[in-house]
Design a binder for this molecule. Structure first.
Ligand code: FES
Length: 121
């Protein structure tokens, strides 16, 4: 049996994307809450457009991704930004614009939209 390879040092090479934002787009057919009930697809589409229009999209910059359930449904709709691991909830396009301009572009957390740490499924 061979020894496992060590993980690379985080600063050893630049990441392919500087930041990732994942939007939960999960839709449940039963009575349980899900992010799709809160216009998550529309928010995702708006974020994609805003990131592209701000010139932030692509390698070395920002990637906007769809996700399934992120298991924090009670706070939905939710999105998470990595590498910082900051969780957000949002209501409208101005909230998404704030996340794009303040966090994805400027690297600052949008405190007013942070998901409560205790929120789960
Ligand atoms: S349905 Fe969105 S986090 Fe679970």
């Amino acid at each position: 049996m061979t020894a496992p390879l060590p993980l690379p040092e985080p600063a050893a090479k630049p990441p392919y994307f500087k930041r990732h934002i994942f939007f939960c787009l999960n839709e449940r057919k039963n009575s349980e809450a899900s992010c799709a009930q809160h216009r998550a697809q529309e928010a995702f589409d708006h974020c994609k457009r805003a990131v592209r229009e701000a010139g932030l999209a692509g390698a070395g910059a920002v990637r906007v991704n769809k996700a399934g359930c992120l298991d924090r449904c009670a706070g939905g709709p939710v999105a998470v930004v990595y590498p910082e691991g900051v969780w957000y909830t949002y209501v409208d396009h101005s909230d998404i614009d704030d996340i794009v301009n303040t966090h994805l572009r400027d690297g600052q957390v949008v405190r007013r939209l942070e998901l409560d740490p205790g929120v789960g499924r």
